[in-house]
Design a protein. Structure first.
Length: 101
């Protein structure tokens, strides 16, 4: 009496077509602020992790994605962050915040 439907899935993978675990559009949440910063000095995945970890400690931060090759750090937070808070976190990680991208 009930009909079952199947949603299409990529066989064997939870990753998107871009190779990430989520598409960018799926990561955007209602009631959040997305800010992109420019950070100098990042050269590898370890650098990305250090910057992401420090910024993640700022209250209200929901997610952080750092990309060493571009120097861009995308931060999603509940409310706008002060540049001083982001600068302090980036400094603590050992890198330099240039400003918003």
């Amino acid at each position: 009496m009930t009909a079952e439907t199947q949603s299409p899935q990529t066989a064997g993978s939870c990753c998107s077509t871009t190779g990430s675990c989520h598409d960018t559009a799926a990561e955007v949440q209602v009631g959040t602020v997305t800010t992109v910063y420019r950070v100098t000095g990042m050269t590898c995945g370890h650098c990305e992790g250090a910057v992401s970890a420090e910024i993640s400690e700022i209250p209200g931060v929901a997610s952080v994605k750092a990309v060493a090759s571009t120097g861009q750090v995308t931060v999603i937070s509940a409310t706008p962050l002060t540049e001083d808070a982001v600068r302090a976190a980036v400094d603590e990680a050992g890198y330099e915040l240039v400003g918003q991208a």
